[in-house]
Design a protein around this ligand. Sequence first.
Ligand code: WTA
Length: 635
Amino acid sequence: MIFDKQLIPKNIDDYNSLYNHSITNPEEFWSQVADSFLWKKKWSKVLKYDFSTPKFEWFVDGKLNITENCLDRYVEIHPEKTAIIFEPNYPENETIYISYKELHSKVCSFANVLKNNNIKKGDRVCIYLPMVPELAIAVLACARIGAVHSVVFAGFSSTALSARINDASCKMIITSDGSFRGNKIIDLKSIVDEALNDCDCVDSVIVLNRINSNISLNNNEKWWHEELTKVSDDCPAEIMDSEDSLFILYTSGSTGKPKGMVHSSGGYMVYSSYSFKNVFNYNDNDIYWCTADIGWITGHSYIVYGPLLNGATSIMFEGVPSYPDFGRFWQICEKHKVNQFYTAPTAIRALAKHPLDFVEKYDLSSLKVLGTVGEPINEEAWNWYNENIGKDKCPIVDTWWQTETGGIMITSLANVTKGKPTFATKPMMGIQPVLFDENGSLFNENNKNGILGIKYPWPSIARTIYGDHERYKNVYFSAYPGYYFPGDGAYRDDEGNYRITGRVDDVVIVSGHNLGTAPIEDIINMHPNVIESALVGYPHDIKGNALYAYVILKNQSKKDDIRTEINQLISKTIGPIAKPDKIQFVPGLPKTRSGKIMRRILRKIACGEKSEFGDISTLLNPEIVDEILKVFKNL
Ligand code: WTA
């Protein structure tokens, strides 16, 4: 274990005293935690910050390389221990076990490939790969030489990809000829080709042969395996300042283009690692599995960095929970004797719809800790998870956090603090949540709903939005000066447990993925027969929320064709996850006198409410509410 025993609470009393220490003497506390890592040069000051600029600097002047902490130190301690278990899409294909020593060698070799292709410290590299070991290797190779990785989820469309490449001016893209997902084969390379038509910044493309597709490459494109033959596996780690950027990861906002959240090297390392150890109660020989994709923050922090920084064994799964059948997750748990299992409520709800045979066929007795992330978990799904997967003996950690926070913020700590169904529960050490009322005043009462804020910086807070610090300031630090504003509502009970109640802005969480409504509306509005549209979320059994689109048409013919065309447009420009479940054509939209769409009303209608819309007299066109309801009646 890398951390001093005193930093790891074993029971609720330890947690209480450590938590108190962490908020009364944060600098002392975080300096003790940071002492557990390999630094090339120690920091001169733990924290400098200013919420108004906003600017956060952790472990000031410290020098390090995160890959030495993930790899080199464990090559010394346990070179043969498995770092990554790769479970391929097709169960009949061989599992790959990569030891710390092998991973170190592969990362160093690929880091040399990056260098050979002119990538230098500070350059941005876009990674668009399926869930194969090379994805983790590419990420770590960038970190090895100080290049800033920007992983784009391989389910995103070419337009979404090119927007992200251009926003960060990436010099290189790393991709594969294709990917296997369930019974589908996806032609990733064509998506990249299309994206690159719009990207002048990319000088080189590295292509992994994943599906043996026999494609031929263009001039500036090179095969991963051929490039490897030109390099050695000796690559000294670039010395990084604590505050040098480690990566950019895009997340949707309620308006405009996606936000490239920038994470630092030192603070991110300390927090992702420390939270991993404590939340999951990871012990030395445990097998840990997070089912997320590395295209999301959960995969960055809790498949790659957090586990490797702890010398853990982390499973990477290429496939989907439904292939070859709905027992796949549990088959993998049995096969690898998984001890910690971390997934999304949407996956739990989807699997809970199928017969229990899919679960009961497998021996799940190795499981010790279960986790959820990405959205609130409803009681029914929590109970199903607890009874059928955890057999009532595994603590469930419901972890609240965000791309912006870099690591888990509010959660129970497995075997240390108590979980409570539908509550994320307590803050991690060093995290100070607060609640505001609708007037923006802080309140201390319990058993009350409010808007969540975070009072003090923590090491892995995103430092800026790439290329747009003003937007960073406006979105996160303007609503409540002196606090970080995550955009979520929360309820606090008598014991100080927090339940996250959902977004308070125009972001909808669909199947655990953030979708801003404005960018999708912009796309719907691009359809030549659309005058205007409004998108809201509504509760959905499996996805948590689904999208409901209200659309005003120019002319009413061929409605079904228009539905299909809108869906195609969205798939092509953002990706299939952003398609609305329902598209409703309406004669108009409820608007305020200042012309703002009253989404509150549309949300209620989408949820099936027929009255009780509150005061609608302030609307410019109150009669429209009845007209929209009429359309519903006639469905
Ligand atoms: C939501 C995912 C309730 C929340 C790590 C947050 C949650 C957004 C939970 C961030 C949870 C995440 N309970 N809601 N345990 N975890 N959320 O950036 O609305 O993809 O603001 O990060 O997901 O999503 P993101």
